[in-house]
Write a protein that binds this ligand. Structure first.
Ligand SMILES: Nc1ncnc2c1ncn2[C@@H]1O[C@H](COP(=O)(O)OP(=O)(O)O)[C@@H](O)[C@H]1O
Ligand SMILES: [Mg+2]
Length: 630
């Protein structure tokens, strides 16, 4: 029964995958071959073993027939014993070879998973930020898991399935035909009776499975979105838990119905298969017995035919589904290659250099920029849309030029949506400009290595991100070789030492997904500690304290003052104190720098800055004069 189940499963899962079938190119095959090449020795041994196993499988029934003939002929016990011993030996060999084949196919399959996974992970990791702002994490993760495993199936299941089944089938048929071609042909007449409905059932099954997969995916999304700290909070505040549960239950219910229907279809199929092969067996016994009684067939031949027949049906079913299974594996391969083929928009030049030593100047020279459109950075299948948006590219920055001398602080002010954060993101080359140049210490960022930009430039944003890891791991991200003392020093300077010391596991406390186990101010100070630890020469602060209450803001502000000391800084400010301390203030509106100068200069011209000063800074400004902040 086992083999039939496997055959059946492969048949329907393969049909399942047929849904997004596309023509395959020779190029895909060549690439698959390239992935297989390092394993070719093993593949060869594996195929050889499959053939040997198939040969052994055919030998046993023939030997069994020999035993019957020996009995009928009344040969001595010697012959029977020898044959029995041979059958036993073959059984032992089959067992050993089975293990060996399985080991080879597992090593091959898992090795391929490893190769593909690491290739995809490495590639995706190098994609620009723009890619991640568009793609759905779930789709990406499924590519890494499901498709990689689908592709692996081509190597273990299909390879072994097709080869060993084909060999078994041909050998069995050949042997059966030589024993009695009439009986063999008659026994095969029954075959279409079950293969034809099996195909129809397979496609019915495929559509059911597809529907179930859709429901499962939706439930998955519902869970990942609702069961995150911010999602759960939103539901508590605004959502209707009973509606959520009802929607979930409806989907889960449909999945249950499909599960039952699938089980029944499957079992009907297997029952039909068993029945057909049992009928064929009856035919062999009846017809074979008739011939044997008339003396035109040895009794042993009847036994051999019957035994061979039982081994014929499983490979037949498996092969019926093989073509589709190969297709499905190819689809998976293509989906994996699709990711590997995505050209990163931002790539390091082969001759990229390091940021020159010493204090760093920051320069924007005639920079114009628009966010890239979706079709440039992503894949339709990852965004789960039919076609990608080719719109976009509307200018966000127009001819922006400024220079921050080494060790100086530049403040960017302006209304929300003016383009300040965009300016900040161009500095570490998260995006490339459309026109103009961004320079660090006089060198175009496009000529610098990503590593050296990372070492030179630090950024803190409003929602500093933390990984679901320990405090220590989150800090070491900035500088993996930092000592325990360095870490505590950074924590002290970001006013977090007391808090971390009081945590049950200290530095090893896991801060929770996105740092949700800390308050906003604590989280922010932890990202500042990270900045202090990294000791980068340029610091960008993008409204780093905008969302904090005044007590935590005071602490964060002190920490920031430490972080900025002696460094070149670009500060996107919403506080007057920061703005005042700046050596140069740039007023950004609609992607243009509309005013520039010091606080006093800008106030005296009475333009946009003065307006901002009155509306945005004046009131908090008065409060903060009393507070000792940096
Ligand atoms: N990832 C993005 N893709 C497309 N447009 C964006 C993206 N981020 C920001 N924008 C747009 O760019 C403009 C400037 O945004 P931003 O630089 O964040 O403004 P600010 O920081 O000054 O408030 C806004 O119109 C915003 O909608
Ligand atoms: Mg912003």
């Amino acid at each position: 029964m086992d083999m039939e189940v496997t055959a059946w499963t492969s048949l329907h899962s393969a049909m399942n995958a047929q849904k997004d079938r596309r023509p395959f190119t020779r190029a895909t095959l060549r690439r698959i071959a390239a992935f297989a090449r390092p394993h070719r020795g093993r593949i060869g041994r594996f195929l050889l073993l499959s053939v040997v196993t198939a040969l052994l499988a055919v030998a046993t029934p023939v030997l069994a027939g020999g035993v019957v003939d020996a009995i009928v002929r009344g040969d001595g016990t010697g012959t029977v014993t020898r044959l029995a011993l041979l059958i036993a030996l073959i059984a032992v060999c089959e067992a050993g070879l089975g293990l060996l084949t399985r080991w080879l196919s597992a090593t091959l399959g898992e090795g391929l998973i490893l190769d593909l996974r690491t290739a995809v992970f490495d590639h995706v990791q190098r994609m620009p930020v723009a890619f991640f702002t568009r793609t759905r994490t779930g789709a990406l993760v499924s590519r890494l898991n499901n498709d990689v495993i689908g592709a692996q199936r081509a190597f273990s299941n299909t390879l072994s399935g097709v080869v060993s089944n084909l060999v078994t089938l041909l050998l069995t048929l050949a042997v059966m035909l030589t024993i009695s071609w009439q009986i063999t042909l008659l026994a095969l007449v029954l075959l279409p009776v079950f293969v034809v409905p099996a195909r129809r059932m397979g496609s019915r099954m495929a559509s059911l499975q597809r529907e179930a997969a859709g429901h499962n995916a939706t439930m998955g999304t519902q869970m990942t979105e609702r069961f995150s700290a911010p999602g759960a909070t939103l539901i508590k505040l605004f959502g209707r838990p009973s509606d959520e549960s009802a929607a979930f239950a409806a989907r889960a219910g449909r999945v249950r119905d499909i599960g039952i229907r699938t089980a029944m279809l499957q079992s009907t199929f297997i029952t039909a298969l068993t029945l057909v092969s049992a009928l064929a067996l009856a035919l062999v016994y009846g017809l074979g017995g008739y011939y044997a009684l008339r003396g035109s067939l040895e009794p042993g031949a009847v036994v051999a035919l019957a035994l061979l027949l039982t081994r014929l049906y499983a490979p037949l079913t498996a092969l019926a589904g093989a073509r589709v299974e190969v297709m499905s594996a190819m689809v998976s391969f293509e989906r994996v290659f699709e990711i590997l083929d995505l050209k990163p928009l931002i790539a390091e030049k082969p001759d990229a250099r390091r940021v020159p030593d010493g204090p760093v100047s920051v320069e924007f020279d005639g920079v114009s920029f628009g966010y890239p459109s979706a079709d440039k950075v992503s894949l339709a299948s990852l965004e789960e849309v039919a076609t990608l948006d080719s719109r976009g590219g509307t200018r966000v920055l127009h001819d922006v030029s400024f220079t921050a001398a080494p060790g100086r602080m530049i403040a960017l002010v302006g209304s929300s949506g003016a383009g300040k954060s965009t300016i900040a993101q161009l500095l570490p080359r998260l995006y490339d400009t459309d026109a103009g140049t961004v320079r660090l210490n006089g060198v175009d960022v496009r000529d610098l290595t990503a590593d050296s930009i990372r070492e030179t430039l630090g950024m803190v944003t409003q929602d500093g991100h933390l990984f679901h890891e320990s405090v220590r791991a989150n800090l070491l991200l900035a500088r993996p070789d930092a000592t325990e003392d360095d870490i505590w020093d950074a924590l002290r300077r970001s006013r977090l030492d007391g808090l971390v010391a009081s945590l049950p596991d200290g530095l090893d406390t896991v801060v929770g997904e996105r740092g949700y186990r800390l308050s906003g101010g604590e989280r922010q100070r932890l990202t500042i500690a990270r900045l202090l630890l990294a000791r980068q020469r340029v610091v960008i602060l993008d409204e780093a304290t905008a969302h904090l209450d005044s007590t935590s803001e005071a602490a964060v502000q002190e920490a920031l003052a430490e972080a900025l000391e002696g460094r070149t800084a670009v500060v996107i400010a919403h506080r007057l104190s920061t703005v005042r301390a700046a050596d140069l203030i740039l007023v950004v509106e609609d992607g243009r720098i509309v005013e520039r100068g010091t606080h006093e200069e800008l106030l005296s011209i009475g333009g946009r800055y003065e307006e901002l000063y009155r509306t945005q800074f004046e009131r908090p400004g008065r409060e903060e004069e009393a507070r000792p902040v940096g």
